[in-house]
Design a protein around this ligand. Structure first.
Ligand code: NDP
Length: 327
C-alpha cells in the first residue's frame, strides 16, 4: 500500500485528507517513482481552493517530487529502475509516497544534488530560468523588480540574478525576509508593508524606474507594479498569491507609457524534452556548484500526512524559501 493526499471538495487546507491506495503499474510512457521529497508550490493552493480546478474530484495534488524509479513503462528508454530522478509538471498526484509520472517530465539527478535539494528547486528553479533567461533576457547590471523575493521562487531568483551580475530589487513582507533576500543576492529590498513601492523604486533608480517587473503577487500589486515601469517596459505577471488580476482595461497600458504585459507559465516555456534538458543543464550546474543554494530549514519540512498544516503555513506568508513534504 502507498499513502497520498486527496481532496474531494474545494476549500481551505482542511479539505486535504490522507488516503491509502494500491499503486497501479505505470503506463507505457510512464515511470513509477518512490518519492523521497515532495515540493510544495503555491499553485497547489490554487488547485485545492478551486482557483485552478482539477479535471475531476476527488483529486490528488502536487506536481513535483524527487525519488527513485521503481518501475518503468514498456516504451521508456532513457530511465531505468534505480535511477535517482526529479520531476515537475507531472499531472496531479505528487503528494504521494509513490507516483506514476510521464517519463519525459523526469530528469536524472546528478549525484551532487540531494532529493531534498531537488524537490525544493526543480519547478521553482525552472520557473526562474524561463523568467530571467527567456521571457526577458536579464543581462549584467540590469536593474529589475521581483516581488516576493524571499519566497521559494524568490530566493532562487535573487541568487540567479546575482550570478548573472544583475541588480534585483526585491519586495518582501518583513525585515527578516529582507535580510534573507539580501543574503541570497538581492541588490536592494523594499518592505511593502512599511514603504511605498513606487516611491522607493524611483528613489533607488534615480527616477528612471525599471524595464521589467516580475509580479507573482497579482491583485494587490498589479497597478503599483505598472507604475514602477519605464516607458515601453514589460510587466511579467506570473502568479496570484494575493488573488488573480481581473477586469483589466487595456487603455491603462497606454496611459502608463506604452507598456507591454505577459502572463507566462512554465508549461509554455519548458514543454519539449529538448527544452527541459537545456533548462536542467543550467539549473543543475548552478545548484551542484553551490552558486544557487536551496537547503530547506527544518521547520519547513512537513510529514506527507501534515500537508494541510504545510498549506496553512505557506498561505500565512511566514515561510522563506521552499517548503517540502517528506513521505
Ligand atoms: P512563495 O514561497 O513565494 O509564497 C508566496 C509569497 O507571496 C508569500 O510568502 C508572500 O511573501 C507573498 N505574498 C504577497 N501577498 C500575499 C498574499 N496576499 N497572500 C499570500 N502570500 C502573499 O510561493 P512559491 O515560491 O511557491 O510561488 C511564488 C509565486 O510564483 C506564486 O504566486 C506562484 O503561483 C507563482 N509561480 C508561477 C509559475 C508560473 O510559471 N507562472 C511557476 C511557479 C510559481 P511576502 O510576505 O514577502 O510578501
Amino acid at each position: 500500500m502507498a499513502t497520498r493526499i486527496e481532496f474531494s471538495q474545494h476549500g481551505g487546507p482542511e479539505v486535504l485528507k490522507v488516503a491509502e491506495f494500491t499503486p497501479t503499474a505505470p503506463a507505457e510512457h510512464e515511470v513509477q517513482v518512490e518519492n523521497k521529497a515532495i515540493g510544495i508550490n503555491y499553485i497547489d493552493t490554487y488547485i485545492r481552493s478551486g482557483l485552478y480546478p482539477p479535471p475531476m474530484l476527488p483529486s490528488g495534488l502536487g506536481t513535483e517530487a524527487a525519488g527513485v524509479v521503481t518501475k518503468v513503462g514498456s516504451a521508456v528508454t532513457h530511465l531505468k529502475v534505480g535511477d535517482r530522478v526529479v520531476y515537475a509538471q507531472s499531472g496531479l498526484g505528487a503528494y504521494s509516497s509513490v507516483h506514476n509520472v510521464p517519463a519525459d517530465k523526469a530528469a536524472k539527478l546528478p549525484d551532487a544534488i540531494s532529493f531534498e535539494q531537488a524537490a525544493a528547486s526543480f519547478l521553482k528553479g525552472l520557473t526562474v530560468y524561463y523568467l530571467l533567461r527567456k521571457t526577458y533576457d536579464i543581462k549584467a547590471n540590469e536593474v529589475f523588480l521581483f516581488h516576493a523575493a524571499a519566497g521559494g521562487v524568490g530566493l532562487i531568483a535573487c541568487q540567479w540574478a546575482k550570478a548573472l551580475g544583475a541588480k534585483l530589487i526585491g519586495t518582501v513582507g518583513s525585515a527578516q525576509k529582507a535580510e534573507s533576500a539580501k543574503q541570497a543576492g538581492a541588490w536592494q529590498t523594499i518592505n511593502y508593508r512599511e514603504e511605498n513601492l513606487v516611491e522607493r523604486v524611483k528613489e533607488i533608480t534615480g527616477g528612471k524606474k525599471v524595464a521589467v517587473v516580475y509580479d507573482s503577487v497579482g491583485k494587490d500589486t498589479w497597478e503599483s507594479s505598472l507604475d514602477c515601469l519605464q516607458r515601453q517596459g514589460l510587466m511579467v505577471s506570473f502568479g496570484n498569491s494575493s488573488g488573480p488580476v481581473t477586469g483589466v482595461n487595456l487603455g491603462i497600458l497606454n496611459q502608463k507609457g506604452s507598456l507591454y504585459v505577459t502572463r507566462p507559465s512554465l508549461n509554455g516555456y519548458v514543454t519539449t524534452r529538448e527544452e527541459l534538458e537545456e533548462a536542467c543543464n543550467e539549473l543543475f550546474s548552478l545548484i551542484a556548484s553551490g552558486v544557487i543554494k536551496v537547503d530547506v530549514s527544518d521547520n519547513q519540512k512537513f510529514a506527507l500526512s501534515d500537508a494541510a498544516q504545510a498549506h496553512t503555513t505557506l498561505e500565512s506568508r511566514s515561510t522563506q524559501g521552499s517548503s517540502l513534504l517528506i513521505p
